[in-house]
Design a protein around this ligand. Structure first.
Ligand code: ADP
Length: 505
């Protein structure tokens, strides 16, 4: 806006004020010239009068020359003035030019009369001279020229007034513009800048306060972090201790578990002992009998060595059978760290049945063993799983004691269920009591007078070590059903075999 105002003023100055000033500057020289013309006309009339009244002589000649020069000068300036005035083309100048032209005639009359006077005085002409006419025409010229001067002065004055008015208007416009710039631009800008400076000052103070608060908060935070770090380090150390203790405890628990399992196996063996002793007795008795036979044959002179072969073979077979029974027992109670091997659950349960068969026979329990067609290979410590199955068979045996001897039945089945090997032991006994269903998988629960209440708990723990499990329930047809499952050892092709069904008595 200010730039527009300045541009407007420059244009105004160039287009209006400058020409006016220029126009005004031409008046003074013109007025001057017109004034001189007036004076010159008076001088000429005075010189003419003097020339007419003086007697001829040197002075006369000199005045004559002077008069002729003045006349020439006067006339030249007049036409110069008239020509300049015509050039303007302005309405007022036109009027002035017209007034100047009106003076042409009196001027020419004065010049002609005065020239005649000068020539007559020199004796060159004898024309009559009308001095009064010269004076009248000079007076007419003087009056006209005074009017021209007055016109020039008036025009100059009018131009001056107009210029002054224009100057005042421009000044007023400038003042208005400056005022508008002040009120419209500068005042709001000043207010804005002041407000911004104020704001800046306020925000600087606020910022300072904020940074102080931030610094305080950061210090507090650092303190808190330091305290928390110390606490965490302490807690970490405590946790590490606790973890070490827990690890030691777990190790101890594992050892105790292994020891407990061993003790449980020895207990189980105690229960198996009577039957096993009976079973070992049989080959021992056979050995004794066949040894007697060999003795008799050796004492008889008629007997040949060939007769000895039969009894000796029988002795060997009986000794091997006894040895196998002892090995199985020794294996079962073997003490030490569990060792993982890949075993087929079908083979494992068959071994268990053999181990238990004397006891089953003694208790008059018929055990039906049904093994799956596919091998159920699992990666376990075989003795531990044997122990579990022996324990479950013994539980069933004890539960069946309430039944008459001829009715006692156990069904042992192996199968493949959802990529897991499953062993199911079902009996037709009285089944689990309600409290046994709820708590018998926990340690120390027993309903037997001499029971430890550890069999099922140990079994479950052993199975869980191999990601397996143990479930107990009662059959709707009566009797208990216990199912154990173990994940199959992976990455091998399962060769289908034949399902077998055996009965152990
Ligand atoms: P324990 O044989 O020393 O009692 P277990 O943990 O082996 O310890 O068994 C816990 C209890 O579960 C038994 O006392 C019994 O009440 C119940 N139980 C286990 N097996 C059977 C079964 N086949 N039929 C009925 N009850 C059973």
């Amino acid at each position: 806006m200010a730039l527009v105002a300045v541009a407007f003023l420059i244009v105004l100055h160039q287009a209006v004020v400058q020409p006016m000033l220029l126009g005004l500057s031409i008046y003074p020289p013109k007025i001057n010239l017109a004034g001189r013309q007036r004076m010159l006309s008076q001088k000429i009339s005075k010189e003419a009068l003097a020339l007419a009244s003086l007697p001829p002589g040197d002075t006369h000649a000199q005045r004559r020359t002077e008069l002729l020069d003045d006349l020439q000068n006067w006339k030249a300036v007049h036409y110069q003035l008239t020509a300049a005035e015509v050039d303007f083309g302005h309405r007022e100048q036109n009027a002035i030019a017209a007034a100047l032209h009106d003076l042409d005639a009196p001027l020419e009359d004065v010049v002609a009369t005065a020239t005649v006077l000068a020539l007559r005085e020199a004796g060159q002409v004898t024309e009559p001279l009308d001095l009064q006419y010269l004076l009248d025409r000079e007076a007419a010229f003087l009056g006209g020229m005074e009017q021209v001067v007055a016109q020039l002065e008036q025009a100059a004055e009018r131009e001056l007034v107009w210029l002054r008015g224009m100057g005042l208007s421009i000044m007023a416009a400038v003042v208005v513009m400056l005022a508008s710039v002040y009120f419209v631009v500068l005042t709001p800008a000043t207010r804005l800048i002041r407000a911004q400076v104020q704001q800046l000052a306020t925000s600087e103070v606020e910022q300072r306060q904020l940074s102080q608060r931030l610094a305080r908060a950061r210090d507090e935070l650092e303190d808190r972090v330091a305290v928390r770090t110390r606490e965490l380090s302490a807690a970490n150390a405590a946790l590490a201790n606790e973890m070490a203790e827990r690890k030691a405890l777990e190790q101890r628990t594992l050892e105790l578990g292994t020891q407990l399992a061993h003790a449980a196996r020895i207990t189980a063996l105690g229960q198996l002992a009577t039957g096993l002793a009976h079973e070992i007795n049989q080959p021992l008795a056979s050995i004794a009998t066949f040894a007697d036979t060999v003795e008799v044959l050796l004492e008889s002179p008629s007997s040949d060595r060939g007769a000895l072969e039969g009894p000796l073979a029988q002795i060997k077979q009986a000794a091997l059978r006894a040895g196998a029974i002892v090995r199985r027992m020794r294996n079962f109670v073997r003490r030490g760290e569990p060792s993982l091997t890949r075993v087929d659950l079908n083979v494992l349960v068959r071994d268990v049945c053999e181990l238990c068969s004397p006891q089953l026979a003694q208790a008059a329990v018929e055990l039906s063993l049904r093994t799956s067609a596919t091998p159920l290979e699992v990666e376990v410590d075989a003795i531990e799983i044997q122990q579990v199955v022996v324990n479950l068979i013994q539980n069933a045996l004890q539960a069946l004691a309430v039944l008459p001897r001829g009715d006692r039945r156990i069904w042992l089945t192996t199968s493949l269920v959802e990529q897991e090997g499953e062993i199911e032991i079902v009996d037709n006994g009285p089944g689990f009591s309600e409290s046994a269903l709820e708590r018998s998988l926990a340690p120390y629960f027993t309903t037997k007078q001499d029971g430890l209440g550890m069999g099922l708990a140990i079994s479950r723990t052993l199975l869980e070590r191999y990601q397996g499990g143990l479930q107990i329930e009662n059959r709707s047809a009566g009797g208990a059903r216990v199912v154990l499952n173990l994940p199959l050892a992976t990455s091998h092709e399962i060769e289908p075999g034949a399902a077998t069904h055996t009965v152990c008595r």
